[in-house]
Write a protein that binds this ligand. Structure first.
Ligand SMILES: NC(=O)c1ccc[n+]([C@@H]2O[C@H](COP(=O)([O-])OP(=O)(O)OC[C@H]3O[C@@H](n4cnc5c(N)ncnc54)[C@H](O)[C@@H]3O)[C@@H](O)[C@H]2O)c1
Ligand SMILES: O=c1ccn([C@@H]2O[C@H](COP(=O)(O)OP(=O)(O)O[C@H]3O[C@H](CO)[C@@H](O)[C@H](O)[C@H]3O)[C@@H](O)[C@H]2O)c(=O)[nH]1
Length: 463
């Protein structure tokens, strides 16, 4: 099928590349010319495991094109994905201006046959109908430009714009760091809309994925496809993220109690996770959840509830537990080092989770800010940020090129991101390079006994 994906970030580029890989004819549109240039040269502007290979394969089979030409994209696609960002506004509300610009642009260029406009971006509940309205506005604006000005000598009758379309909500559940895997191995596909034709086309589009043709385990039953109304699909996206964020805040609260009573949260998580009603996922206690999605999506849902005069108390609590959790490493540093002013703290990891280059709302950023405020010098080593030199959003921190340089002359290390590489560092050598060998393990990732053997004073979270 002919597909146009507008917005080539973590979601749009992965979606576009994977759809091209499974045989669709895809054009990816972005208004960032530099990104387009990079993608045209076969390079991915983001770090995501497996993405470059998928892109390269799609480029070789001529199933994918990259462009900044929205009209060409709209003309190309039978299915038009909107996958632009919906960042948070200062009041927590979702900023939908990029979605609006794209919807207007689609309307202004829509012509010819039937199209399905797909909201892939995470958008406030009710956005499906709103997008439809904006597209219609875009069509009307263009129509106006086609009508000859009254009183002009132009007698020519201009053609009517024929634009048939439906809007579908197709929320995305991929995780950064495993986005390609998640796209080929989804737990479910959610399609919200009331047009049978549009839903039918979406099912055709996803058929190879639903049938697990590209899955890690092809013997599994087909991927469940849940068809709902527009608002329910939009709500599913927010509710899923709010639930997962709340689950993490819950285990973090348990961890804080464990710290006080002398229990080990990693064992507690195992013990409760074996109950199939609870499940063992998303019970990893640590320094709190971050990233480009949980914080903004939970805030947006709280804001939506507020708009309807309802106070989302549980979600507000999940957020405030998380805000406190983000400072837990600082508290533990103060307990271990007492005065932080003039001390040097090294951060192992900067990104909000491993296997991504994304620093949006990363707990490390809070930590850097707070440590600077208290007069500590902050250094960091992150396998991807140190290598790529990407520094967007980073200040008040010296980025080192390897873990041993990081440890050199530090008074404490904080493991912020559980990069796999951090399990095999020479911690004995690192401890010897430090002024004080203190390790705050913000992700309960390291083996406490091994750390002590290597000479560290080890402090975990709820452990
Ligand atoms: N990042 C994730 O893991 C994830 C997962 C699920 C859902 N989502 C949702 O998907 C959406 C996209 O998120 P993301 O992380 O991929 O965003 P992103 O910021 O990485 O990418 C957005 C892209 O859209 C482009 N863009 C902005 N305005 C444009 C326009 N008018 N025309 C063309 N391109 C334009 C930007 O240049 C950028 O490349 C958001 O709503 C987000 O909440 C994200
Ligand atoms: O047990 C856990 C699991 C995660 N986290 C933290 O939670 C945050 C989010 O992690 P994760 O969900 O793995 O990454 P994201 O890429 O942000 O993915 C989430 O957000 C996406 C955007 O909406 C959704 O598509 C995904 O389904 C949803 O998992 C990170 O800071 C993690 O460190 C924990 O602290 N403990």
């Amino acid at each position: 099928m002919r597909v146009c994906v507008i917005g080539t970030g973590y979601v749009g580029l992965v979606t576009g590349a994977c759809l091209a890989y499974i045989g669709h004819d895809v054009i990816c549109i972005d208004n960032n010319e530099e990104k387009v240039k990079l993608m045209k040269s076969g390079q991915s502007p983001i770090f995501e495991p497996g993405l470059s290979e998928i892109m390269q394969s799609a480029i070789n089979s001529r199933n994918i094109q990259f462009s900044s030409d929205l009209p060409a994209g709209v003309a190309h696609g039978e299915i038009l994905f909107i996958a632009v960002g919906t960042p948070p506004l200062p009041n927590g509300e979702s900023d939908t201006r990029y979605v609006e610009a794209v919807a207007r642009g689609i309307g202004a260029n829509l012509n010819g046959g039937y199209k399905v406009i797909v909201n892939k971006s995470t958008v406030p509940i009710g956005s499906g109908d709103w997008v439809r309205m904006i597209v219609l506005d875009g069509i009307a604006e263009r129509q106006k430009t086609l009508i000859p000005i009254s009183g002009s000598s132009c007698e020519e009758k201009l053609p009517e714009i024929s634009a048939q379309f439906d809007v579908v909500s197709n929320p995305e559940f991929l995780r950064e760091g495993s986005a390609v895997y998640d796209t080929f191995n989804p737990d479910r596909i959610v399609l919200g809309g009331n047009s049978l034709q549009a839903i039918g086309m979406m099912k055709d589009l996803y058929a190879p994925i639903v049938e697990r043709k590209f899955a890690a385990d092809q013997s599994l039953p087909p991927v469940p496809v849940l068809v709902t109304d527009l608002s329910s699909a939009e709500m599913i996206k927010y509710a899923a993220n709010a639930f997962l964020a709340t689950k993490i805040s819950f285990i973090n609260e348990v961890a804080n109690i464990c710290d006080r009573v002398g229990a080990d949260v990693t064992q507690v998580a195992k013990g409760i996770g074996l109950d199939s009603r609870i499940g063992n996922k998303f019970l990893q206690a640590g320094i709190g959840w971050g990233g480009s999605c949980f914080p903004k999506d939970v805030s947006a849902l709280i804001h939506t509830a507020d708009d309807y005069g309802y106070e989302a108390q549980l979600m507000k609590a999940a957020v405030s537990v998380n805000e406190r959790q983000r400072l837990i490493a600082l508290e533990k540093l103060q307990q271990a080092l007492k005065i932080l002013k003039g001390k040097t703290v090294g951060l192992l990891g900067l990104t909000f989770k491993p296997d991504t280059d994304d620093l949006r709302d990363a707990p490390a950023l809070n930590l850097i800010e707070q440590l600077n405020r208290l007069g500590a010098k902050v250094k960091a080593y992150d396998p991807i940020i140190s290598q790529t030199g990407m520094r967007h959003g980073l200040s008040g921190v010296l980025v080192e090129t390897d873990a041993e340089r990081l440890a050199d002359s530090c008074d404490a290390l904080v493991l912020v991101t559980e990069w796999q590489q951090f399990s095999t560092l020479d911690y004995g050598k690192m401890a010897r390079l430090m002024n004080h060998a203190v390790m705050i393990d913000g992700r309960n990732f390291l083996d406490p006994e091994a750390m002590v053997r290597d000479g560290f004073q080890y402090v975990g979270v709820g452990r």
